[in-house]
Design a protein around this ligand. Sequence first.
Ligand SMILES: [Fe+2]
Length: 391
Amino acid sequence: MERMTDTARLLDQGPEHNAEWAVDDQTRVWQRWLLGWFDPAAMQCYHHRHWRKEFGDLRFPPLYPMAHHFGHALAQSPFDQAVCLTIDGSGDQHTAVVWRKDGDALEALREVFIPHSLGWFYAAITEYLGFEAYDGEYKVMGLAAYGRPDPELQAKVGRVVGVAADGIEFRVEPRYLHHGAHTWSGRFTDELVELLGRPPRRPDDELIRWHEDLAYAAQDALEVAVSRLVLWGVRTTGIHEVCIGGGVGLNVKMNSRLFEHPEVDDLFAQPLCSDSGAAIGAALAACLEQTGARPEPLRTWPWVRPGPTTTSSACWRWPSSTTSGPTTSARLSPPSLPPAASSAGSKAGWRLARGRSDSEASSPILGAPTTATRSTPSSSSVSTGGRSARR
Ligand SMILES: [Fe+2]
């Protein structure tokens, strides 16, 4: 996989896709918009326009295009070796990539291309259920917990998300999302409404059992498809540490299902799974290419510390240096901060829960970019905790 955005390949694939599925005029308009968005010259103008709005008439710095999923992948991994999955709605022509990370090297082992996008599928279901796509996906994930397995509904969802001929990759049937009339939504076609047999829920409509079961079916389809892809990567490489990046990686239920798999020893989900994480990776890659030096791994932000943890019994106890009592009503008033906290440039936080020792209960969390030391990665900040050595 090239590090740079491969617009030419995207353009090449258009006619191929359009020959495989019936494409109406509305879909062609969408395709043209998408291709225009990826045009390098248009992208330069876009950034210039917005940077000028924010920073004024400064000298416009050079831009270094970076393949979107490469950025997601480079921002990942506290592990020396890992199988990395980057998965989102779409990034350039990709919707998912499985990577082998070995030291500083990243090798794309398997690439899934537009239009087969689990991110777009989940966004479509989000909107179908009356929530805002690219925002309300967590509501679908939560709603799924109330759902039950409904074989008929699962079979219908299975017609939308299926398995590729290789038995490993997922395929998302475009006629349910892209190719066809979009009377109800820009994110799914009328054919999906016909398939599911009920009109999409409006935001103010009551949530009924059927909605919960649809959320369950969609969540399960996502988890099954991603698990198949990741486990292929684990078995192919023999590496049992897994990293997740890209917007779909915000689905913590999916991540937990991966982590629970016996073939996965440890899993790290990039906290910035969405495109802010890709931006970090792009900056790292540009630095690496221009200086030859790789910055230290970005394990945490030096000016943000997770702070000490406390026992649950000490959660509400005030530090002895303060006079306020540990009353419930006092919870919303932060305790007095030591003088260092008020110095210029310091940042302060206040914590109310999670504990390791009584003496650290409810202590302020302080940090300043110039003085704080880098935290070593801990199980809570870097990974989900890991398991014992591989069996
Ligand atoms: Fe992304």
